[in-house]
Design a protein around this ligand. Structure first.
Ligand code: HEC
Ligand code: HEC
Length: 120
């Protein structure tokens, strides 16, 4: 009886840990691969984007990006170059405008270059 009680207690602790630990480590993916909009990217000669989330989290507060600029759910933002260049998403003020961070024309800094068609 006593033993069963102890087992149940241990199971409960493990269950709580299993639920709490992932919640506490939200935003845990260091490098987020963005590989949508294949057709459009193929035409432009660019491929997958690697977004270094960890590096950005070191330099900025969560609230500087979430939820104002990016929804904090994988794939929830339909990021595209028109809006980037219009000052949204990656091209937001103080971001990739070429002043504080490399500019949007440096395709290869974010994308894999597929065709080598895009020049600096
Ligand atoms: C420079 C902007 C920026 C900052 C700062 C930032 N994030 Fe994010 N975050 C993003 C982007 C971009 C994505 C990818 C969203 C997508 O896939 O559309 C993302 C994705 C996420 C996700 C979903 C992916 C995952 O790893 O589970 C979570 C959760 C998240 N962020 C939480 C956070 C938290 C917590 C912080 C602060 C410690 C933070 N973010 C700081 C831009 C940022
Ligand atoms: C600061 C990072 C960054 C730079 C620099 C950048 N992109 Fe992007 N681009 C993105 C992100 C993020 C997406 C969304 C990726 C996805 O959905 O897979 C994207 C999506 C795209 C798309 C698909 C959506 C659309 O707009 O049609 C194309 C095409 C594209 N980029 C071309 C380019 C070209 C060409 C350059 C250089 C002139 C460039 N990008 C520079 C981050 C960047």
């Amino acid at each position: 009886m006593k033993l069963i009680g102890r087992c149940a207690c241990l199971a409960a602790v493990l269950l709580i840990a299993a639920l709490v630990i992932p919640a506490a480590s939200f935003g845990a993916i260091d490098e987020i691969k963005m590989d949508g909009q294949a057709e459009s990217k193929k035409k432009a000669g660019v491929g997958v984007v690697t977004f270094p989330h960890a590096r950005h989290k070191k330099s900025f507060k969560c609230a500087e990006c979430h939820p104002k600029i990016f929804k904090d759910t994988l794939g929830a933002n339909r990021i595209n170059m028109k809006e980037n260049m219009d000052g949204k998403f990656c091209g937001s003020l103080n971001c990739h405008t070429g002043r504080k961070a490399f500019a949007l024309f440096m395709c290869e800094k974010c994308h894999v270059i597929v065709k080598g068609a895009v020049k600096k």
